[in-house]
Design a protein around this ligand. Structure first.
Ligand code: MF3
Ligand code: CO
Ligand code: CO
Length: 275
């Protein structure tokens, strides 16, 4: 049985297995955190090019968060020591920024979560370094469509959680892409990762009912090949087992009762490459 808990900004929130239903103060908090996250990724579009290292991007991201009065939620999270995850080519997610320079044709995901006034704005987009292959660009385009179809499914009256994964998987299947199962979207708000777990491949009509006031991410990871992932020895970097390319986009959303508010939409319309 799914339990829901209506909370206000004053409540001391814990991860206790319940799905939180937020009030208007929660929407205001997430709106600000999400907007900051999106503005930072907008700024990053001007910096991504061959020759730049992912550590340079991470450093710039950390500065932008601190300058805005936020802290990177990933810094010190379960021992993670960076302000972003930057996942190149066959890396699915949780790529660790390093002094390796981007190369012409790389595709990369940059995932950031500023914690602003106690609220988490979690979002990621794909970026191109130079000119990727046609098949890489098509994967990125379809992955963005998967995210938006998932959001559309969540905004239908009477929707259930499984409708999201069903919409995403149906679209990916048309291209014979693999939908990653090991990592999911998640509830968030004052917690970085909370209930519910938002799987990206599911049966329509199953799972908890979607209710106004729920906040969660949708963050499909789609592989050009098979869905299977493995984690490298560093304990973080998730890669495709078959070394095929992988793409991901992520938004943080809130359910309003007559649809969805996308907290992390790009103010400049820079939602997907080319930028
Ligand atoms: N931002 C990631 C997510 O979408 C979580 C990254 S946790 C980290 O949920 F520690 F790897 F940074
Ligand atoms: Co997330
Ligand atoms: Co994220």
């Amino acid at each position: 049985m799914t339990e829901y808990q209506t909370i206000t900004a004053a409540d001391d929130v814990q991860r206790d297995g319940t799905i939180k239903l937020h009030d208007e103060s929660g929407f205001a908090g997430m709106r600000a955190a999400g907007k900051l996250a999106a503005e930072i990724l907008d700024e990053v579009t001007t910096m991504v090019e061959p020759g730049v290292t992912t550590l340079e991007l991470d450093t710039a991201i950390r500065s932008m968060m601190l300058d805005a009065g936020a802290v990177p939620a990933t810094l010190g999270y379960r021992g993670y020591t960076h302000s972003s995850c930057i996942s190149l080519n066959h890396v699915i997610c949780h790529g660790i920024p390093s002094d390796k320079a981007l190369k012409d044709g790389d595709i990369l995901n940059i995932d950031i979560t500023p914690l602003l006034d106690g609220w988490h704005g979690d979002t990621s987009r794909m970026f191109f370094a130079g000119e990727p292959s046609l098949k890489a660009k098509r994967l990125v385009e379809v992955t963005y469509e998967c995210l938006m179809l998932g959001i559309e499914a969540a905004s239908q009256p009477g929707a259930r959680l499984g409708d999201i994964g069903a919409a995403i998987a149906a679209h990916a299947r048309q291209y014979r892409y693999g939908v990653v199962r090991e990592f999911c979207g998640h509830g968030l708000g004052r917690m970085f990762h909370d209930e519910p777990e938002v799987v990206h491949q599911a049966e329509a009509g199953t799972g908890p009912e979607l209710k106004p006031g729920m906040f969660f991410t949708i963050e499909p990871m789609i592989n050009l090949g098979r869905p299977w992932a493995k984690i490298l020895k560093d304990g973080w970097t998730a890669v495709t087992r078959d070394k095929s390319l992988s793409a991901q986009f992520e938004h943080s959303i809130g359910l309003t009762g007559n649809g969805v508010e996308i907290f992390t939409a790009s103010p400049k319309g820079l939602d997907k490459p080319p930028y």
